[in-house]
Design a protein around this ligand. Sequence first.
Ligand SMILES: *Cc1c(COP(=O)(O)O)cnc(C)c1O
Length: 234
Amino acid sequence: MIKITENLNTVRQQILQSAENSSRDAAEICLLAVSKTRPADDLRQAYAAGQRDFGENYLQEGLDKIELLQDLDICWHFIGPIQSNKTRPISKSFDWVHSVDRLKIAQRLSAQRPENMPPLNICLQVNISGEASKSGVLPEDVVALANQILQLPNISLRGLMAIPSPCSDPEAQRLPFRAMSALLNEIRATNPTARLDTLSMGMTGDMTAAISEGSTMVRIGTAIFGARDYSQKA
Ligand SMILES: *Cc1c(COP(=O)(O)O)cnc(C)c1O
């Protein structure tokens, strides 16, 4: 039995502590509960404990949960890799997409966002550790891509997202997050009126380092729901 309520309170406490240690206001840090592989009832339990933002990686799994939990007032975030032929259901059913890494995807999400919905909130995923195997736009291409995406009508570019390569040293963990902050400031400098308020960074293993470098949205799975079991997945 996983103690979701207790885990959530522990994570909230850690966010408060990390914010205080870096002289930041914890109110500007949103906790995104990453619920991939977890059954809808686990999300209900987290919701009952006050959690409102949930992140899903796999489209069909996410759509199923959105359907099952439509009685709840959840803000849904898509954080997984995006295939260009799957943009329509994403643009219709989610409130945020963190994993946009090319113009074509952004154009499709904008074109397919229903007119009666508010603009879709977008983060650009940055390959901040420069790993050849990883998705994400390269740091040197971020500003140009951001400037193009800011022109699209039905999406709102809110900031940047990254998944740095794992590292256990808390000091070294801060370097890629610091580079992300600098990149966001570069985009802001050329777009002073845009609402660029989001740095989606920090997971269970590096949340504290991310907060100390300016994260405004931490994406936490394991610390809330326990270790994931992929054996049931195809
Ligand atoms: C799975 C996942 C997370 C959560 O990871 P934990 O280490 O379980 O906290 C965060 N972000 C993305 C993009 C993920 O795929």
